[in-house]
Design a protein. Sequence first.
Lengths: 444, 300
Amino acid sequence: MRKTLLSLSVIGSLMAGTALAQDATAFRDGFVAGDVSWEDVQTRAKEEGEINLYYWGGSDKINIWMDSVAVPALAAEGVKLNPVRITGTKDAVDLVLAEKGAGKGLGEGSVDAIWVNGENFATLKRQDALLGAFADKLPNSVNIEWNPEDPRALLNLRDFGVETNASEMPWSGQQYVCAVNTARVSGDAPSTFDGMMSYLEANPGKFTYVKPPHFIGNTFVQAAMYAHNPDGNGAVPFQASIGEMGAAELARLITPGFEYLKALEPHLLGAGGTARYPEDPKALDGLFLNGEIDFSCQFGLYGVATGLRDGTYPEGAEQFVFPEGNMIKNKNYLVIPGNAPNPAAAMVMANYMASVDSQATKLEIAGMPPGIDPWRLSAEDSAKLDAASPGLVGVTQADLDANTAPDTNATLVDVIEATWLEYIERDSSESIEAIVANAVANLK
Amino acid sequence: MPETKELARHRRERIWMWIQLMPVMTVLVVLFGGALVLGVAQSLGFAPWFGVNTFPDFSYFAALWGDVFFWKSLGLTLYYAIVATLLSLVFGILLALALVRTFPSKTLYKYLYKLPLMIPYTVGIALAVIMLGNGGMLSRLMAFTGFIDDPSQFPQILKTHMGWGIIAVYVWKQTPFVALTIYAVLLGVGRETEEAAAILGANKRQIFFQVTLPQILPGIISSTLIIFAFNIGAFEAPFILGGGFPDTLPVVAWRYFNDADYTLQLQGMATVVSIALVAGVILYSYLAFYRRYERRIGRN
């Protein structure tokens, strides 16, 4: 008797699990097709009750904003936000793929949303681990430009050249900006790669960049590739995928850039011995603050303003235009994986993150530039964002806008990164053509 | 021939012994053995969850061992591990010998020297960064007192392939451990044999090398075995304080695991298995060598 009851309850819970998954799938299909009203989403979100947001937890400012602003705001909507801080976005992607591999479908996984862009999004998309086109159906998606006719929509429609298909919601936008320590550098900071080389010849060891494969290091390398493009058209050819371009063409485009980086290496930090590349932006900040390097390049429009405010940047720090015409700009996003346990709550969270209020407080507290597009907002909302901005130091928005370049296609980033590791780090004696061909062949 | 019947009492004892061993055996076989088998299988191309299954496939080991940088990394790994182990051993023996003597405030010192044992490695690494780094306390003090113009001119201690930072952290943490083990052995042995040797006219050198050292050898062997095994597989210190490429093997493995390209994880597993092989061979021959020595001097 007891055995029968036990097996019945096991079957019962299994069936409930299946029913839950089917129910979640029906909800997802309905929402993506536009058949589910927002009220129904909110009701379902309250039933689900919580949402697990996985994000890079290395910035205290973002963590403070998350805990003190986002958590209470979502609690007011009946959803408990669990911020899961990870040291690398790849950890969350790994978890999603491992659970997917274990047969856990929608409603059964453990990751509801991840803060991603670039290669990690490309991986999720390639592995077919996305929920679907949700971002353009949220009420607050009116704040975002989705019209493909408008060239400014490109950053919302493509993530490192990979089409987003509205399966991720733009959360923040960033530009690669370099800072100079004016207390140590007299005169104008160099604005071109050649200028940087002459500066370092006179002042050896006073610059370095984050080591690829960290994306901040990759971005510096990409900017060098754009600036040394033998055709002189900068970022333009780098928007194509490796399949469209071919290894030989890529090798031709990046050879001058890599030769420059190779020539630069003996003048970087540690000049005389082996060049030293910091592992991550925190280590870079430390070098800059200690005066070991005079320039520091990383993503962060307001990095200098917030860094000066909390003492993580040296007092003389100012932003400057480098490299001219090739300051890479991109967006980062919130993605809902295909096996999210709480899909409706994840949508409510994403909708909140796209609101003007959350974007303005995030900008003010965490210094993260808005991911929504100011021209889509009312004058009042747009002014709210402007008021929240920590401000630029030493450059104007017009300077930055005039020197913007788009990010590199994600498939090329993999190859360029592998080439850097082989040609610069391992000091390979092979030709760049051979290295690139090899890297492309290894790409799966 | 009639079979000798096992006494019921003996059987019961044997079963009881197995029951007592069960918990430890389960952990060893399931967790450790299972992970080992899975690791070896993965390094030989078995990873259907990434869509890779070419088992048995030795190409991962071939690629790894065919690369000159693997051997450079192995050399660095062994260099940090051996130098740190030897230094800890020397300092540990000196400390233990000092501790068996009486000196003022010995009770306090006996607590003080154990302090690093209780502090985690990561804290030790953080201390090294704060004290010895180019933006650290020492460099700032030097700049403040005018020995150098700028903290960045301070000689590079951390993040070089000489590995002084890594070795410093290991020695700082492991000297008390060695001292503790040898001190315990010394207390057990007592001082009578040393005194007898002294009365018979042996000088200090002879006493140490011919009387004390053979007595504390078991302590030396067990403590160096443990710290060497740790040093060869440790990740944090070489990752944070190391000189960058070429990295030590555990860091190399981590880089493979952390790459966006999943198939590189198999290469990473091959690296991990290589570390286990190297460590296993070294530790096994070390023990075998010691056993032979013990047999030669008539100890069992």
